[in-house]
Design a protein around this ligand. Structure first.
Ligand SMILES: [Zn+2]
Length: 155
């Protein structure tokens, strides 16, 4: 099973990138340190933080020393491997697994909210997916390609 993460509040950008790569990654700004510790132990999550003092927590902790998110990501990927097939399988906003939109669902969607699909380039309809929790849409356009290029450069 693939590794799961908890990102501290100071690592939100890293959090989005880890989700992009398909890692189950959560963050809850309201959680106390002991709350984070308990959650990480229960869920077997690795706690990622920039706060060196937190290495004493009883869960598995990785101290992230770099300020730059690309270097942070590089440090994580040197230790934890992502799966190519998992890229873009999670919502970057809320961590939920994305659902692919097949042709039937696509027609349904078009009937329900034609304006929504108008905003997405037609070339990407085949690779469209959405988040069942927050309703965000994802497709493999330029944003996706740019992120993938960054990943390929550093991993
Ligand atoms: Zn979502």
């Amino acid at each position: 099973m693939s590794v799961k993460f908890y990102c501290d509040i100071n690592l939100l950008r890293l959090c989005k990138w880890l989700r992009f790569l398909g890692f189950d990654t959560v963050t809850y700004p309201e959680l106390s340190k002991s709350g984070i510790q308990n959650l990480c132990i229960k869920d077997r999550r690795v706690f990622l933080t920039r706060n060196k003092k937190l290495h004493k927590l009883l869960c598995k902790v990785e101290i992230i020393s770099d300020e730059n998110y690309i270097l942070q990501l590089q440090a994580i990927l040197a230790k934890y491997k992502y799966e190519i097939n998992s890229i873009s399988s999670r919502c970057m906003k809320c961590n939920k697994k994305l659902k692919r939109i097949n042709n039937d669902a696509h027609l349904n969607l078009k009937a329900k909210s034609p304006n929504l699909l108008d905003s997405i380039p037609k070339d990407y309809y085949q690779e469209l997916s959405y988040c069942p929790k927050c309703g965000n849409f994802y497709w493999k356009g330029s944003h996706y390609n740019n992120m993938l290029e960054v990943i390929n450069t550093i991993s």
